[in-house]
Design a protein around this ligand. Sequence first.
Ligand code: FES
Length: 111
Amino acid sequence: MSDEKTEKAAEWTDLCALGDVPANGGGKFVGLKTAALAVFRLDAEKLQVLDDTCPHAGGSLASGYVSQGVVYCPWHAWPFKICSGECPDNPSIKVKVYPVRVVDGRVQAQV
Ligand code: FES
């Protein structure tokens, strides 16, 4: 007998086409009924999905400035490591990071 929680955690949600994610380090905003997400491409093979909403005051991280694996919120420049969601200035501040995969050219995440 399977655990219902485990099955739910294994569900993948279609977010966008891989080609919709900027190759230059910029973010792609994806709005779902249950979440606002930011998809980033760290390199050709490596994607990362974070909560889009900045915990400071709600800026959209998908439209932030990206440099050296860090996205800077467009409103007041709080930084977040794209790989972990941590704020390097204060590791107790963090945005959620979701498991991501690409299937047949579509980006999917466990949200
Ligand atoms: S809303 Fe993101 S730094 Fe202020």
